[in-house]
Design a protein around this ligand. Structure first.
Ligand code: PAF
Length: 328
């Protein structure tokens, strides 16, 4: 058994700036996320809560529900549509059936550096995607960072696709992710994040992939001995509000939520990037065997994944992929 890893020390929450927003009414926001209380996403939510509560003079109260306790990313998004939950912040990947263009973020190795993802999300493409996702009972008000995904497994060190042969890897409920792992020779199994720890513990699946911070905050290192720093996909978070709730808010409060979502997204990116290396080290210290791939080893994965680009180009739109590549 592996040792426990140290608690992650979070950077302090920034001070809230900006005047009090004057508007009529009292509102409660239940805000649900899949990751746990010790992750960077939750830290971002705490900042959002602080901004919204202070600047509304307490007239908007925000209650945070981490760890998929109100449902996983897909279930929480459906609850927003039904009007039974006010806010959530899923990864874009499980929402691809609703918003097909989001699949672009699932293409392997499309964003070699985080600043390139920022340029896309904060630029015209990202703004257009937020507008497009403001439909189907949802209002999309900002981006956040889930981050670069890394592979973990219980069976063996993985430093080439050959090592993946036959490994059962849990993926998000997303066909492009399944295509990636199938193409690499593994056996992909889509599964809700809420069921993942138990599935890893009981050996229903051998491995999974998520950013270091989620691997640690979900304690996957306690049931996975091996990890590989693949950085194979950069996953954004998207901040969503229930349209039914949104329409009840005065315009001033709508603007407050938009401002707070932007600040939360920027802060959360900072937290996630500041903690990334330290968390990788904590995982090593806890006994996890982490393989860091050389550029040549990464190239082997990239070459093997070329068919995935061909399979998905038409579906996602070649123009969008090319547009993103010019930023990269
Ligand atoms: O692996 C997933 O399902 C997602 O990365 C997570 C952790 C739920 C965050 O959206």
């Amino acid at each position: 058994a592996l040792g426990a890893s140290a608690a992650t020390e979070m950077p302090p929450l920034p001070e809230v700036t900006g005047d009090k927003v004057e508007a009529e009414g009292n509102f409660n926001i239940k805000f649900s996320i899949g990751t746990t209380k010790s992750g960077a996403q939750y830290r971002g939510l705490e900042y959002f809560e602080k901004i919204v509560e202070q600047r509304s003079g307490g007239d908007i109260q925000v209650e945070l529900f981490p760890g998929a306790q109100l449902g996983d990313d897909l279930q929480a998004t459906s609850a927003l549509q039904a009007g039974t939950l006010e806010m959530t912040m899923p990864s874009t990947s499980p929402l691809v059936n609703m918003f097909p263009k989001f699949a672009v973020f699932d293409l392997p190795f499309l964003f070699p550096k985080p600043e390139m993802a920022d340029a896309v999300l904060d630029g015209e493409i990202g703004q257009q995607m937020l507008e497009d996702a403001s439909s189907k009972g949802l209002v999309a008000i900002g981006w956040g960072e889930n981050g670069y995904r890394q592979l973990t497994n219980s069976q063996r060190p993985v430093d080439s696709p050959d090592d993946l042969e036959g490994l059962k890897i849990r993926t998000m409920q997303n066909e492009l992710h399944m295509d990636i792992w199938r193409t690499l020779g593994a056996n992909p199994t889509p599964m809700s994040f809420a069921e993942l720890f138990t599935a890893l513990e009981q050996g229903v699946v051998d491995g999974q992939e998520n950013p270091w911070i989620t691997i640690k905050s979900s304690k996957f290192n306690e049931v996975q001995d091996y990890a590989t720093e693949t950085n194979h996909v950069y996953t954004p978070f998207i901040t969503l509000v229930s349209k039914r709730f949104w329409d009840r808010l005065p315009e001033e409060y709508q603007q407050l939520l938009r401002d707070a979502a932007t600040k939360m997204g920027n802060y959360q990116r900072d937290v996630s990037r500041t903690l990334n290396d330290q968390i990788k080290q904590d995982l090593k210290d806890s006994g996890m065997q982490i393989t860091e791939l050389t550029d040549e080893q990464i190239k082997v994965f990239q070459n093997k994944l070329e068919p995935v680009y061909k399979n998905w180009r038409d579906e996602i739109g070649g123009e969008l992929i090319d547009q993103i590549r010019t930023k990269v």
